[in-house]
Design a protein around this ligand. Structure first.
Ligand SMILES: Cc1cc2nc3c(=O)[nH]c(=O)nc-3n(C[C@H](O)[C@H](O)[C@H](O)COP(=O)(O)OP(=O)(O)OC[C@H]3O[C@@H](n4cnc5c(N)ncnc54)[C@H](O)[C@@H]3O)c2cc1C
Length: 376
């Protein structure tokens, strides 16, 4: 292993070029000198940020008062306004959460009430009104969410990246952070670029490493189990509908959620394809395999029939998948985003972002503002 000389020291190092790292980079570089994003892949946005539903969530499901509820609502409004101003592809496609039978109406009402507590404009509509919007779905009544939309995740990341560059920031690709040490007033960061390792210092370190954020926290010496920072991984797979049935719905259609996750739902991607997903499959060994198992076909078709009763197993094909970083094990109650300026651990200037699962894409600009506030 060749050890090269020191890279130049910087003011702020952001670990991770996903949508969160890039949003934070765009924000902090507006007022700070010498901000660098360190990304281990060949391009930014190659992990979770490009493997999701691209939904601009309205903020319906999250616990009132939680960071997820607050940052989702703020981020949603900011994303719509950024999209309009900067030509980022988006659609105000709207969404239905629909009850397949009368037994689901109680749960539907409690989701509606939760959404109202979060200040989300929602409407309960009956079967007839639902069928006027979506004539092909199985329904006894729905929640209509006018503020739910879709955004091009790549378009949004490209915008954050351009803004960051305009502010004089630097993105260092193929640059993996492998060690971090707190010196008296700065952090010494060791990175691996190909076969070379080098070190430099940074006054501020933002850990936005997504699936690897707990590993980064551990590098700084935090006991992730004791701190409650250990991440668990829940894969979400998607199946796509054959083109002849791709027009069966025209907006996002979600079931009433049964277990973890929001339930396999219908979404329309940028190519006009109708997709269904994501399911929730906890990965036991932490290996990130993005292939979609053919064996899931029957279970998917079964879930889809809750929304579209006429679908047969042969109508769908395995599509893409993404992996969520969660702070709870399978079966445990959902935890909030964890965004901490680690002053109390004697780690002034280090901000850890962990468990940034959904609605992380929607919340990204608001997360960036939150991080800036934590540092001020
Ligand atoms: C199936 C699925 C569906 C979802 N749907 C939605 C949705 O519809 N709407 C929504 O709002 N949210 C959704 N989300 C959540 C959203 O995708 C995430 O919250 C968001 O993408 C997280 O972004 P991130 O930047 O934290 O992570 P990432 O995109 O994973 O970025 C982290 C980056 O850090 C880099 N990195 C890691 N370790 C190192 C290291 N040591 N050195 C250098 N670089 C490193 C990685 O290479 C990666 O590029 C979904 C998630 C999944 C999995």
């Amino acid at each position: 292993m060749k050890i090269s000389k020191k890279m130049s020291d910087v003011g702020t190092a952001i670990i991770g070029g996903g949508v969160v790292g890039l949003a934070v980079a765009a924000k902090l570089s507006a007022s700070r000198q010498s901000v660098v994003v360190l990304e281990k892949n060949d391009h930014y946005g190659m992990e979770t940020s490009s493997r999701n539903s691209e939904v601009i969530h309205a903020g319906i499901y999250y616990t009132p008062g939680s960071l997820k509820a607050k940052l989702c609502v703020e981020g949603r409004d900011e994303i719509y306004s950024l999209c309009r101003k900067h030509d980022i592809p988006y659609k105000e496609i709207t969404k239905l959460i629909t009850a397949a039978d009368a037994s689901e109406l109680g749960k539907l009402e409690s989701i509606y009430n939760n959404g109202l507590k979060n200040g989300i404009p929602l409407e309960i509509i009956d079967r007839r009104a639902t069928l006027k919007l979506e004539p092909n779905i199985r329904t006894v009544g729905s929640i209509y969410s006018p503020l739910t939309g879709i955004v091009s995740a790549h378009g949004l990341m490209d915008y954050f990246y351009r803004t960051f560059l305009e502010h004089g920031g630097t993105l260092q690709l193929r640059c993996e952070v492998i060690a971090i040490e707190k010196l008296s007033s700065v952090y010494q960061i060791t990175v691996r670029e190909g076969s070379e390792e080098s070190t430099f210092t940074s006054d501020v370190v933002i850990n936005a490493a997504g699936l690897f954020a707990d590993k980064i926290a551990a590098l700084v010496g935090i006991d992730v189990d004791k701190a409650g920072y250990r991440q668990f991984f829940a894969k979400g797979s998607y199946f796509s509908m054959i083109p002849s049935k791709a027009k069966l719905v025209s907006r996002l259609v979600y079931p009433v959620p049964k277990d973890e996750g929001l339930g396999v739902h219908a979404l329309i991607d940028w190519g006009g394809r109708l997709k269904f997903g994501p399911d929730v499959e906890y990965l036991e060994d932490g290996t990130f395999d993005y292939s979609v198992a053919e064996e899931k076909r029957s279970a998917f078709a079964e879930s889809i029939r809750r929304i579209l009763p006429g679908i047969v197993n042969g109508d769908i094909t395995p599509d893409m998948s993404g992996i969520r970083a969660k702070l709870q094990r399978k079966g445990e109650p959902p935890r909030d985003f964890l965004i901490v300026h680690e002053k109390e651990r004697g780690l002034e200037g280090l901000v850890n972002l962990l468990g940034i699962d959904s609605p992380g894409l929607t919340s990204s600009p608001a997360i960036a503002r939150h991080v800036e506030n934590l540092l001020s």
